[in-house]
Design a protein around this ligand. Sequence first.
Ligand SMILES: NC(=O)c1ccc[n+]([C@@H]2O[C@H](COP(=O)([O-])OP(=O)(O)OC[C@H]3O[C@@H](n4cnc5c(N)ncnc54)[C@H](O)[C@@H]3O)[C@@H](O)[C@H]2O)c1
Length: 313
Amino acid sequence: MDAKVSMKNILVTGGLGFIGTSLVPKLQSLYGAEIRILDNLSNPSGDLQASDGIEIVESDVRDFSAVREAVRGVDAVVHLAAHTRVIDSIEDPHLNFDINTVGTFNVLEAMRQEGVPSLVNASTGGAILGEVPPPINEEIAAKPASPYGASKLAAEGYCWAYAQSYGLKAASLRFSNIYGPHSRQKSSVVAAFIKAIRDDGAVTVYGDGTQTRDYLFVEDLTDGILNAIQSGATGTYQLGFGKPTSVNTLIDIIRDITGAQYSVTYKPARVGEILHTYCDISKARTGIRYDPTTELAEGVIKTWDWFAASRDG
Ligand SMILES: NC(=O)c1ccc[n+]([C@@H]2O[C@H](COP(=O)([O-])OP(=O)(O)OC[C@H]3O[C@@H](n4cnc5c(N)ncnc54)[C@H](O)[C@@H]3O)[C@@H](O)[C@H]2O)c1
């Protein structure tokens, strides 16, 4: 696709995290981009360091002047930094609001003041929409079930408003459940299960395991992010694989492909977690030529192998 946005200098907030660690090398290898990462080091993958072409600014998205300095001179921003856990947002909604909503506002306002034209904002599907019959799409009215979902919805609102008011290109990409390499610091389900199987020979499921999610391999997601930047998209796009998988099926898949033996304990479902979700990805397919290809079993093998080979594996 023809680039409508220059990819020379890119700021990635939260770029040291799970998704950033897969995205940054791709931005370098495919576009020769110079990368600046703004990250407060609260939850880094540990796999990405400053090097030729990667500058790391240790700072916080809540600090407006630091954000303004970081956006200066870049062509586009990928905003990944966030307070990412539903459960933590229920425990501390104020902190979640400050990081996710105020932090995103700071990024937008800094971009406006510095004349940076293009933003890709990491958002979420299920947590914003709440419990609705799947597949979810971009037209469904939002009813967030947690402060995390509400903070991301508010951030999307500011992205849209800044696009309308100031002509920024701002795409909010609603990620489904992302899994893959560089997720050792994550508590999301695939990473949590792999770590629990290896460390304890036992996994804990919250709920009865029939709850469904749309699991998307991180490399498919980062391809989608690149397409969104390149195409200068504005608006909201669901990025998932487009298929529901129950937690119990995921457990069977991991057992089948790894041959690992482990026990499964069921505990009560957690507040704020929705039961069933998967995405209709047709808008992203058309709008940003998004085309995820990694089946769950294939992605889980790659993730399992990465954990086995990684330094704390
Ligand atoms: N991983 C998923 O399944 C998933 C699903 C939906 C949405 N998302 C969104 O994608 C984005 C990236 O997620 P991830 O899985 O890579 O998370 P992550 O926790 O691995 O990475 C987030 C990064 O942001 C940094 N950070 C946190 N708070 C910060 C702050 N106040 N200032 C600066 N840096 C800060 C952390 O140190 C970390 O490096 C987040 O916005 C998240 O909400 C992720």
